[in-house]
Design a protein around this ligand. Structure first.
Ligand code: SF4
Ligand code: SF4
Length: 95
């Protein structure tokens, strides 16, 4: 099974606490803060980890996306990007 699908399946079996801990770990690896599209609004709301959480609540102007070079992309087997405006990996896969 493909990496992302394997990880998504194993996360479904986690308790709420385990899932929260895992997402916190991924959040600490998120490099959105270095992205040219990450603006004052996302910064003020402390939004991160759009690949898991989904779209931002902010009206973001796309100026590029650094997701492909983020360690979470290789760690999770992500195949998409621009998660803050296009939705989470799952949403972009139609899952
Ligand atoms: S892949 Fe993108 S949204 Fe996901 S943690 Fe990395 S920088 Fe953040
Ligand atoms: S999801 Fe991609 S485009 Fe959006 S802020 Fe993060 S790195 Fe930038």
């Amino acid at each position: 099974m493909e990496k992302f699908l394997q990880i998504a399946k194993s996360m479904e079996g986690m308790s709420k606490e385990e899932l929260a801990k895992s997402l916190e770990g991924k959040k600490s690896m998120c490099i959105c803060g270095n992205c040219p599209s990450y603006d004052e609004c996302t910064k003020n709301k402390e939004e991160l980890l759009f690949c898991a959480i989904g779209k931002s609540e902010c009206m973001i102007t796309m100026k590029g996306c650094v997701c492909p070079s983020c360690p979470v992309t290789s760690d999770m087997g992500l195949t998409h990007s621009y998660f803050c405006t296009r939705g989470s990996e799952k949403q972009q896969r139609g899952m």
